[in-house]
Design a protein around this ligand. Sequence first.
Ligand code: BGP
Length: 476
Amino acid sequence: MSILNEDFLWGGAVAAHQLEGGWNQGGKGISVADVMTVGANNIPRRMTEGVLTGENYPNHEAIDFYHRYKEDIQLFNELGINCFRTSIAWTRIFPNGDEDSPNEEGLQFYDDLFDECLKYGIQPIVTLSHFEMPYHLVTKYGGWRNRKLIDFFVRFARVCFDRYKDKVTYWMTFNEINNQANFAEDFAPFTNSGIKYEAGEDREKIMYQAAHYELVASAQAVKIGHEINPNFQIGCMIAMVPIYPYSCAPKDMLASVSAMQKRYWFTDVHVRGHYPSFITNYLARKNYELDIIDQDIDDLSQGCVDYIGFSYYMSFAIQDKNKGPAYDYDESTDLVKNPYVEASDWGWQIDPEGLRYAMNWFNERYELPLFIVENGFGAIDALDSNGQVDDQYRIDYLKAHIEAMKEAVEYDGVPLIGYTPWGFIDLVSAGTGEMKKRYGFIYVDKDNEGNGTLRRSKKKSFDWYKRVIESNGESL
Ligand code: BGP
């Protein structure tokens, strides 16, 4: 008998902009992802002004799921998944983001997509905002640095909740909302914020302001969602990268505590409905006077999430750098390599036990159901002489993580809703824009330059994952 519930959700996860393509079809507007170039060889992706520079914009076609979703869902069904996590491209529904009424063609696309899933008993799990805000909201309003964005997002959320209330139960508001906590210049465009920083700006302050507006928008959306359908399960989505102390030196331990606070306070607000003391103290210490009105405080307290969705790929380690008691965590300088774990080709430290640790951390702190909505191994897959991919390394990675996940459930009693490995069909990398950083069980014939037939084929991991699902996690 499986230690996982019979109704455990086994699925796969994607995001609209990373697989749909059809970037200017069906009345869709331009999103921040549509104006981002490919990054490679340590050169980060760039958000260009407009889309006419003649460079490669990998999200324009992506893997053309927009036109091929019917065949793809047939394959998903063969894989045996019972849920499919995707996002709704904001720009298909509100092309510029600030229109009064939605684009019917975009709404219809997701009706058709969800119906196609449901036909096979695959329930859609939906993220409302996954790194793909309308570009117009950035140029005209400055993205999430502007309070007006709350209303635009909430209008979008309400339209989606209303339209798909009988087709979708599990929702998430903002993908990896805390991934902007490191507010690096080149990173902002890849988060939900869409913000472009100007020289000399206090980026950290802007990050806190933007995050506040997003959290208020999320809370308002959660409240409205529950009014529209009380059965909705609306979660947050957190990028969970545990930050271990490098050693048992007490100051390393405190550095770890402080770094975790700086990265995960978003979860505190989402779950508890108010700011934790260490963040209010920090904001005061920095003299960051944010635009936080009384109504926001009310909204936050009334829009607490039902579950915690999170991604887990790796862990970090931190060493005390003599910063004193008010430790100011800085991801770019304070992290150190963990000598006990290996890393992927992209330097992501592979740490299955870290998943069990993370699940315990969430459970001890919040006692809410958890949903692992991303986990996976980005690698360069080579085709053998038969055109097959023997991705045993991916199987090894996922097997170890599923084992750790099961231990958290079995030994530690952590409540877990489901598991949806990331990019289970190859898609465009969010971080680099490359195709060659692959996560899938399904191979897609396309290279970094955009060449290829887009043909789909099964990798070795396809049959492996199918057996995992069939056995409800027993056969690894
Ligand atoms: C998460 C994002 C996904 C996804 C994944 C893998 O941060 O939610 O959109 O892309 O990471 O990252 P990458 O594509 O950079 O390998």
